[in-house]
Design a protein around this ligand. Structure first.
Ligand code: FAD
Length: 534
């Protein structure tokens, strides 16, 4: 099976076709919510298109904690229904997509003066297990203080009473978006990045019958007619609703969460570790290949487009980590990168902090103009959320289109349908191409069976690693040809996550990366220079 082409050429054809023929569903926003809705709609046989103003996953969906989890802390808030659904979705996503979604153990240490005593941790973990239907894979354990050091020798020992031990899953969030979109395309859907919706098309009585989109590649605007328009613009959902009519009473209270990325070698961690900050909030240290993430803060914000990381937030997380790992003395010099994301939360104006009681449940708005907007939710529950939105959109379709739509198939359909033995494929690729084991593991985890085609098609000189990272130059032409990377930033930030995790964030190799991308994409020297400097 050869990989489906998805380059700037297919991107341009998708826009032209949508303008010519119109679609059943036009979805605004290429984060996980929009990607999930596209896939659900395409699986029912509807014609659907996502338009994204930046790159796919460039919003919140590429800046999360990267957990596919039930949400243990939501139990304390009494959000049991959401935790149960999240546990079910976590287990389903893992079962269908084991190449992408990986289990990760968590240790929750408890000290003499911890806000949550050991018995409460035990009770919470028992409830968490129950909400996962008491499956053996979700079983928890309580660890004595002496066993905790097996998971982190650096963790503070004095006053340690024990720890809870449980499992959740982790995922590369941007890859989850890309694989969801790729799967939707195989089902007949289409997605276009760098295309911003700036106006609605109106029909009788002011009903919305489509959108006007600006193609940022060439500055052209296109009118795309749609039976139903769905607004999945994340933190910008109210701004997009505002293009329809003024939002009388804003309900969205965006909340910012910051993460720090440090080299894994700075802290011994065989599992993720729950950290208690001095204000009683819980943060985590989460291992991720050669780095570890520390996060997250949680505060209401107005910065919905480019949220900034403040020095106070950096110090808050470093001091929490230093309290937990007292011998490390982490400083700002240890930070490889930092990133901030914005949760599109639905909250009351008098909620003081998003951490305490604000629900992560999603909300769907069905406006009189026909615009359907969706906000809130989690990465973990994107599939069920998408199913709900498409069900609602079906009611707005003309009778004959509604009758032709089938049931959603996403509950049984893996994102990739290629079947292979991971260990066998990795051994084969290692033997044939002489790449280091961790680089082959990365290629297989990221591209599945396509890793074989990616390497087979690569020029031999591109089978080199990019600096000391897991990535190889061969991924650059591949992502331009099959993953709709349009700019160098798309490559560095969301296809290969060099900007987040690599030493120097890919900058030491920028010249070589740009040269490789320019050759593959056919950029002239002006375009290459522009890309490298943006
Ligand atoms: P986004 O990803 O923001 O997508 C919306 C898109 O719409 C954007 O890409 C934007 O560019 C686009 N857009 C806006 N306006 C327009 C327009 N006019 N035209 C075209 N496109 C437009 N959930 C979990 O399950 N697990 C976690 O570990 C987790 N951690 C989190 C950590 C943090 C710090 C945060 C902030 C959230 C976390 N979440 C987590 C929640 C999860 O990340 C979000 O619920 C989810 O990513 C929201 O996705 P979205 O598609 O709705 O929004």
């Amino acid at each position: 099976m050869t990989a489906l082409q998805w380059s700037v050429r297919e991107r341009a054809s998708a826009l032209e076709k949508a303008e010519r023929e119109g679609v059943d569903l036009l979805i605004i926003g290429g984060g996980i919510t929009g990607a999930g809705i596209l896939r659900d709609a395409a699986s029912r046989g509807l014609s659907a298109l996502v338009v994204e103003r930046g790159d796919f996953a460039s919003g919140t969906s590429g800046r999360s904690t990267k957990l596919i989890h039930g949400g243990l802390r939501y139990i304390a808030q009494g959000q049991l229904g959401m935790t149960r659904e999240s546990c079910q979705e976590r287990d389903l996503l893992f079962r269908l997509n084991p190449h992408l979604v990986r289990p990760i153990p968590f240790v929750w240490p408890v000290y003499e003066n911890s806000k949550t005593p050991l018995w409460q941790v035990r009770a919470a973990l028992f409830a968490y297990w129950g909400l996962a239907s008491f499956r053996s894979s979700a079983r928890y354990q309580m660890l004595g203080p002496e066993r905790v050091a097996d998971f982190s020798k650096d963790l503070r020992r004095d006053g340690l009473r024990g720890a809870g031990f449980f499992h959740d899953c982790q995922v590369d969030d941007a890859r989850l978006v890309l694989e969801t979109l790729a799967s939707a395309r195989r089902l007949g859907g289409e997605a276009v990045n760098h295309a911003e919706v700036f106006e609605f098309l109106r029909g009788d009585e002011g009903r919305i019958v489509g959108v006007r989109v600006r193609d940022k590649e060439n500055g052209e605007s296109r009118a795309i007619r749609a039976e139903v328009v769905v607004n999945a613009a994340g933190p910008a959902v109210e701004r997009v609703r505002g293009l329809d009519r003024p939002v009388a009473r804003p309900e969205l209270r965006p909340a910012k969460g910051v993460h720090l990325v440090i080299p894994r070698c700075r802290v011994h961690c065989e599992s993720a570790i729950v950290l208690e900050a001095r204000d009683g909030r819980h943060l985590s240290l989460i291992p991720w290949d050669e780095v570890a993430l520390i996060g997250t803060t949680d505060s209401f914000t107005d910065q919905i487009d480019e949220p900034l990381v403040s020095i106070e937030e950096v110090h808050y997380m470093l001091s929490t980590a230093n309290d937990a790992f007292p011998h490390l003395a982490l400083t700002t010099n240890d930070i490889r990168s930092a990133f901030a994301g914005v949760r599109p939360l639905v909250a009351d104006a008098d909620d003081e902090s998003p951490s305490n009681s604000v629900s992560r449940e999603h909300k769907i708005y069905d406006d009189p103009s026909g615009l359907i907007s969706v906000t809130g939710g989690k990465l973990t529950t994107y599939r069920t959320m998408a199913e709900g939105v498409v069900k609602q959109a079906l009611d707005r379709l003309p009778e004959e289109r509604r009758a032709a739509a089938g049931p959603s198939l996403t509950g049984n359909l893996p994102l990739r349908e290629d079947e292979f033995e991971v260990a066998e494929l990795e051994a084969d690729l290692q033997a044939r191409y002489g790449l280091a084991a961790h680089r082959v593991a990365h290629l297989v985890r990221t591209h599945g069976l396509d890793a074989e085609e990616l390497l087979r098609e690569a020029e031999p000189e591109l089978l080199r690693p990019i600096g000391e990272s897991r990535y190889t130059y061969a991924e650059i032409p591949w992502c331009l040809r099959t993953e709709c990377a349009v700019t160098l930033c798309d490559l560095l930030e969301h296809r290969m996550r060099l900007a987040l995790f690599a030493i120097g964030q890919g900058l030491p190799e920028l010249e070589e990366i740009t040269r490789t991308a320019a050759a593959a994409a056919g950029w002239d020297s002006d375009r290459a220079r522009e890309e490298a400097s943006s």
